[in-house]
Design a protein around this ligand. Structure first.
Ligand SMILES: [Zn+2]
Length: 267
């Protein structure tokens, strides 16, 4: 990827000015190997993974303009309604998108209207729409690339502070991505935090539930425990970690999810 392409991806992450952030690398997908550092007029990025060549820096007036325009829009009016781009089409218009939904146990949630899912023809992504629970309007969207050339694998459109929620059950489970949130949604409310870090802004969306499970993907069990203890110290009651021994939640259908959370013998 050349500099301009990398820059476009990094700018798309929406990191505010004067911030240093560590996260999963949008280029090589390795966990927590990527840093972005911004000032009011520069943006720099670097991946620590040996196999990854992502790095770059942009300074100067042009960047400052860009940063101001693109960040202020989202930072000052986080409640603003997200207008669906014209490139979002019905999900049935693309076979790969449908296949993704079937293979990742999202189809049922889509069919029953628990999740609003589109296909972005411009970016070749299956797109999960995020609603603001207090206004019931669209606040943003989260798109999963459908071919290996689409970077980053997951892309956030619009508001990045509201987690993706699927389902209306009394208990909720915090998961890494939208597909897992859809997969559980017949049994539990799925809440996707898009990665393994809970944002401060997510917490207010976690309040109305009786039991709050944390079930990040199998390779992030330690992060599940640290999120659970963070929530408990923030005053949340009844937070439990659900350790996934074999696969991520999106690999399971409804009967298996039910058994795992409510019929299991390992608790
Ligand atoms: Zn990388």
């Amino acid at each position: 990827m050349n500099f301009q392409q990398q820059l476009a991806v990094v700018e798309g992450l929406g990191v505010p000015p004067d911030t240093q952030m560590r996260m999963d690398c949008p280029f090589c997908q390795n966990k927590n190997t990527f840093t972005v550092t911004t000032t009011s007029n520069s943006i720099g990025w670097y991946c620590f993974h040996a196999s990854c060549s992502a790095k770059g820096k942009k300074n100067g007036e042009k960047t400052m303009e860009y940063v101001n325009v693109s960040f202020k829009k989202e930072d000052i009016k986080p409640q603003e309604e997200f207008k669906l781009p014209d490139s979002f089409k019905i999900v049935h218009s693309n076979d790969k998108a449908l296949q993704y939904l079937h293979e990742n146990n999202c189809w049922e949630a889509c069919m029953w209207g628990r999740a609003d899912i589109k296909y972005d023809v411009k970016q070749d992504r299956v797109v999960f729409l995020v609603k603001n629970p207090s206004t019931n309007k669209y606040a943003g969207a989260i798109g999963r690339g459908l071919n290996s050339k689409v970077y980053p694998k997951w892309y956030m459109y619009g508001n990045k502070d509201i987690p993706f929620k699927c389902g209306e059950c009394k208990d909720a489970v915090i998961v890494e991505d939208c597909a897992s949130a859809c997969a559980v949604s017949n049994i539990l409310t799925g809440i996707a935090i898009m990665g393994t870090s809970l944002k401060e802004s997510h917490k207010k969306y976690l309040e109305p539930y009786e039991t709050l499970y944390v079930a990040l993907d199998r390779d992030a069990t330690r992060k599940s425990y640290s999120i659970a203890s963070e929530l408990t110290s923030a005053g949340f009651k009844n937070v439990k970690v659900k350790v996934l021994h074999e696969y991520d939640l999106k690999c399971y259908g409804t009967p298996e999810i039910e058994k795992m959370f409510y019929g299991g013998k390992d608790e």
